[in-house]
Design a binder for this molecule. Sequence first.
Ligand code: MF3
Ligand code: CO
Length: 303
Amino acid sequence: MADHFAGGMRAVQPHRLERNDPCWCGSVKKYKQCHMREDEKIRAFELEGHIVPDRGMRKTKAQIDGIRESGKINAAVLDHVAQHIRAGMSTLEIDQLVEEKTREFGAVPAPLGYEGFPKSVCTSVNDQVCHGIPSSDVILREGDIVNVDASTIYKGYFSDSSRTFLIGQVSPEKERLVRVAKECMEAGIAQVKPWQFLGDMADAVNAHAKENGYSIVVDIGGHGVGLEFHEEPFVSYVAPKGTEMLMVPGMVFTIEPMVNMGSEEICIDDSNGWTIYTEDGMPSAQWEVTVAVTEDGCEILAW
Ligand code: MF3
Ligand code: CO
């Protein structure tokens, strides 16, 4: 019942509801006792010229419960990686850890086969920004930093989170990059509140990176998530305050800034069509959570 409306692009055109009609969200409550006031508030922002979410981007309680269950598995998978990751291991072994652990929970790794992606997780080392493909040829060495980006499908619900791991003793410069990248994500999380804008969150992320002399990747961002792997909206981490989409209770999206030590410029590995590198060859770090906008702030659904 709660699942009848689609996420993102597949959202149906809303029709006008009367006060005593059943709410569109599937709650079986009357519209006036459910989403009516929130809808009116959103409409007022829209009339002021702001970008607002459609109904499909506002998840129901049942859907958020499902995404939370998926997110717990995703976090447990990354905990498992954290326990085993070490110098000398190949990134293919990380893929095997993720694959095994995810299946143990009765879940499916979302990256596998996604638009042709060949593995179950993304592993991005040093100057790889994201979408690194696990390989037996890539051996982790002391001093490397590696982002492990896991995504889980459980009972049809998607979650997405990533962490950057330090392999053995890492240079103070790289260690600082990884720490600041995590702080950027946290600064973004602190700005997730209903009736503010995604640009408010982005500006907090970007400001923290800049203060530390780093740059944020512009061309790749976050996304809505939950009923599909990648839903609308696109989530920028460089947009100015007061811009981008209004945050409304029920929206679920990722906060996953890619923080570069040097320039924001990136390039793609043409040989595999996936792996993104920094153009200047300097290191990049990333942390990612899936969050839900609540009535009074946010809940982290996957970490
Ligand atoms: N997990 C990545 C993200 O944060 C998406 C990877 S797409 C894949 O959005 F196909 F490479 F897995
Ligand atoms: Co993501």
